[in-house]
Each structure stands twice: as structure tokens, then as C-alpha cells.
Design a protein around this ligand. Structure first.
Ligand SMILES: *Cc1c(COP(=O)(O)O)cnc(C)c1O
Length: 403
């Protein structure tokens, strides 16, 4: 920030679990947000792939206001008709069969892990294991951080939850070898596109091979689409580019357009593993969260946001590739739809603040990957603005720092 910038907001009572930028946001409209000092930013982060419809969507806001006036929460002692409405829609869009609702990504993954274990124990396997991958991020509860690959996320929280076997991504021989060595593995669990791992896709042929392996060995294929699902890549779910179906699909981030909601959507092999009494959550599936999910999916269809994500995402990627071509220090521009990463040859955390100074919000993940996961309503003009704000910042950063 320049010298005239106001001091960082102080928050002596909030537990210090985040390294935050010295910015406090006040409100937003579409892909634009304003801080408490009235400064405007182009939001290419979208609350980390959460604000599917952007900020203050003119049709989402009144729908949620109406829902709050009717009922925010009721207990799962009773039927919640909006749960069936959202489950039916997710089943229609995914080709799977049933959904369980929770409140976040890690909860959806926690449910998936429990399903994988019970799928094993139901078959007489008392020590079920799950195959996971290098670069994976699945959340920060004890089980999901144990499934996560990042040692920084493990540090200080041992002993880790046992029962995870890890192999490299996109290496089918390593998968087969691990399955031979660990006959108690009951499920293969991965992000269709790794998000926190640096926007790294599982290859289409690898996903197809995993589907075949799971069929042959009676394993569950569990695809964590918490970040890459809900239209972000231009398909409802990223695995649809590979033409396969998972058995278990955790969702969260974009599903409620900012209202916390998670889901685990299961195909027929996994949908009946959980029986009454096996799993539950107080808040999960409450009417406000369900309404947010129903309206998000409905408005995505009404506004053609899958096609928009594909088209504007391709424009954004092409613009970045064009403007960054031949720039020393830029390794690769990758990703699909509106889930894009620019890999640099050096730690790039400082770009967060530099971009904010330039009026742009992005994230940096896996240390050196600039990640763009904006709202799916991003227009061509706004995508061009992202390019013209971001590229000079990256070039200047690369010219002032060492690899
Ligand atoms: C963000 C994320 C999670 C964790 O979601 P939370 O809502 O933060 O618990 C899990 N998996 C993936 C792929 C994610 O991107």
C-alpha cells in the first residue's frame, strides 16, 4: 500500500489463523467489490471459487430475503422439502442418485471418507484404506488434513488419521502398484482438478483409467469437486469432460453462491452405504442453504453460465497466454473455464498485495501459482480488464525479484 493508505484494520479479538492483507471489504456488485475506504477492486478470486453469481445478484438477493422471512433453519427431525428439490437437481445434473447435505467442503469430504470406510466394513474389510494423491487438498479437519498432501497443513496436528495411501497424480502404474500392495484399499479419492495444489488437472485418460480400475476391483471412485464443480470449468462437474461418472462426489464452494452449503452426491454403489443413524449434522440441509443452492443452479441455467464460463474462461486464458508469452519467469498458463493458474518460477505470495494495490483480487496457491477463480458471470470486457491489470503486475514483480 502507498504511504497515504490507512492502517491495517486491527482485530485483537479474532484468533489469528490467517495471514491477511490490510484491506477490509464492505460490499460488492457483480465481480466488483469495494473496501471500507471506498476503493474499488475487480474480484477475480470470487471468495475462492464461492461467489458463483457474483456479489449482490439482483435475483438471488430477493429470493434469499424471502426465504429468511419464511424459515432459516429447522431440524432434520422433519422433512425439509427444499432438500429434495436441491438433491433432485444435483441428481439430474450429475447422473448420480442421492445427495447428503452438510455445510462445507471438508464436511462433504469427511462424509465421503466415512462412506469409503463403511463401504469396506460392509464387505468384511475391518481396516479399510483410501488411495489419495500428491498435491491433494481435501480440507482441515483431522481426517481431511490427513488426506491432504501438504506437510505445512499436517504440521503440529499429529497423530494423523491413519488409512491413507498416497501416490503421484496421473500415474496409473503407481495406482495399480499401490492397490496390489494394499488390498484393503476401498476407494480412490482425488480432486478432478487440484485447486490448492496449483490448478493441476487429473488427465482425462487418467480419470477414465481410474474409473475402469474401480469397476474391475470393486472400489469407489470419489471425486472431490468442491472447487472445480458447479459449472466452473464449463461443465456442471469437471469430470464430465472425461465422460465418466464417480461413485461419490463432494461439493461445496460454489453451490450456494456464498451461503455455506456442502453436499456429497453418490451414485448407486455408494448411495445406500449410510443408513439412518450413521451420519448427520445439525445445520446441514437447512432451508436457507438449500434455497441458496436451488436458486444458484436455477440462475446458472437461466443465464447460461456454463457456456459463459467456458467462453470467457477461454478468452481470459488466451489473453494471459498472449500477453505473457516469452516473459521470463512465467512457466505455464493452465486450467479450464474460469479456473485458471499462472505458474511462475518463484514464490509469488507478494503478488497478492501488489495486485490489490493495482485494484485486482487474485490468489496465489502452491507457493508460485497465481490462481483466478472469479464469479461465473464474468464478462468478456471484465476478463480483458483482468488481463490488463494482472499482466503488468506480474511483469514488474518478475523484473524486481529473483527465481
Ligand atoms: C476448499 C476445498 C476444500 C475444503 O472446503 P472448506 O469449505 O474450506 O472446508 C476441500 N476440497 C477442495 C478441493 C477444496 O478446494
Amino acid at each position: 500500500m502507498n504511504a497515504a493508505a490507512p492502517a491495517a484494520p486491527s482485530e485483537p479479538h479474532v484468533m489469528q489463523t490467517y495471514g491477511r492483507l490490510p484491506i477490509a471489504l464492505s460490499h460488492g456488485q457483480g465481480v466488483w467489490v469495494w473496501d471500507v475506504n471506498g476503493r474499488r477492486y475487480l474480484d477475480a478470486l470470487g471468495g475462492i471459487a464461492v461467489n458463483t453469481l457474483g456479489h449482490a445478484h439482483p435475483k438471488l438477493v430477493p429470493a434469499l430475503q424471502e426465504q429468511i422471512g419464511k424459515m432459516i433453519h429447522c431440524s432434520n427431525y422433519y422433512h425439509v422439502p427444499l432438500q429434495e428439490a436441491l438433491a433432485a437437481k444435483l441428481v439430474e445434473l450429475s447422473g448420480l442418485s442421492n445427495a447428503f447435505f452438510c455445510n462445507s467442503g471438508l464436511e462433504a469430504n469427511e462424509a465421503a471418507i466415512k462412506i469409503a470406510r463403511k463401504f469396506g466394513t460392509d464387505r468384511g474389510n475391518e481396516t479399510p484404506e483410501i488411495l489419495v494423491f500428491e498435491g491433494a487438498f481435501h480440507g482441515r479437519s483431522l481426517a481431511t488434513l490427513s488426506a491432504t498432501a501438504n506437510p505445512k497443513i499436517h504440521a503440529g496436528f499429529g497423530p494423523l488419521v491413519p488409512g491413507f495411501v498416497r501416490v503421484p497424480l496421473n500415474d496409473i502404474a503407481a495406482v495399480e502398484q499401490a492397490l496390489d500392495a494394499h488390498p484393503n484399499i476401498t476407494a480412490i479419492f482425488l480432486e478432478t482438478i487440484q485447486g490448492e495444489g496449483g490448478v493441476k488437472p487429473a488427465r482425462i485418460d487418467f480419470l477414465q483409467q481410474l474409473r475402469a480400475v474401480c469397476d474391475r476391483r470393486d472400489l469407489l471412485l470419489m471425486l472431490d469437486e468442491v472447487q472445480c464443480g458447479i459449472g466452473r470449468t464449463g461443465q456442471w462437474f469437471a469430470h464430465q469432460w472425461a465422460g465418466i461418472l464417480p461413485d461419490v462426489m463432494p461439493l461445496a464452494k460454489g453451490l450456494g453462491s456464498g451461503v455455506p452449503v456442502g453436499a456429497v452426491v453418490c451414485g448407486p454403489r455408494a448411495a445406500k452405504v449410510m443408513q439412518p443413524g450413521n451420519h448427520g449434522t445439525t445445520f446441514g440441509g437447512n432451508p436457507l442453504a438449500m434455497r441458496a443452492g436451488v436458486e444458484t443452479l436455477r440462475l446458472m441455467e437461466e443465464e447460461g453460465l456454463l457456456a459463459n464460463a467456458a467462453r470467457v474462461g477461454a478468452e481470459l486464458k488466451a489473453g494471459l497466454e498472449r500477453e505473457l508469452a516469452g516473459v521470463a519467469g512465467v512457466r505455464e498458463v493452465r486450467g479450464q473455464g474460469l479456473m485458471l493458474g499462472i505458474e511462475l518460477d518463484r514464490p509469488a505470495g507478494a503478488l497478492l498485495g501488489r495486485c490489490a494495490d493495482a485494484g485486482l483480487m487474485v490468489s496465489v496457491t502452491a507457493d508460485r501459482v497465481v490462481r483466478l477463480v472469479p464469479a461465473l458471470i464474468l464478462s468478456s470486457e471484465e476478463a480483458a480488464q483482468v488481463v490488463s491489470l494482472l499482466v503488468p503486475v506480474i511483469k514488474q514483480f518478475l523484473s524486481e525479484t529473483q527465481a
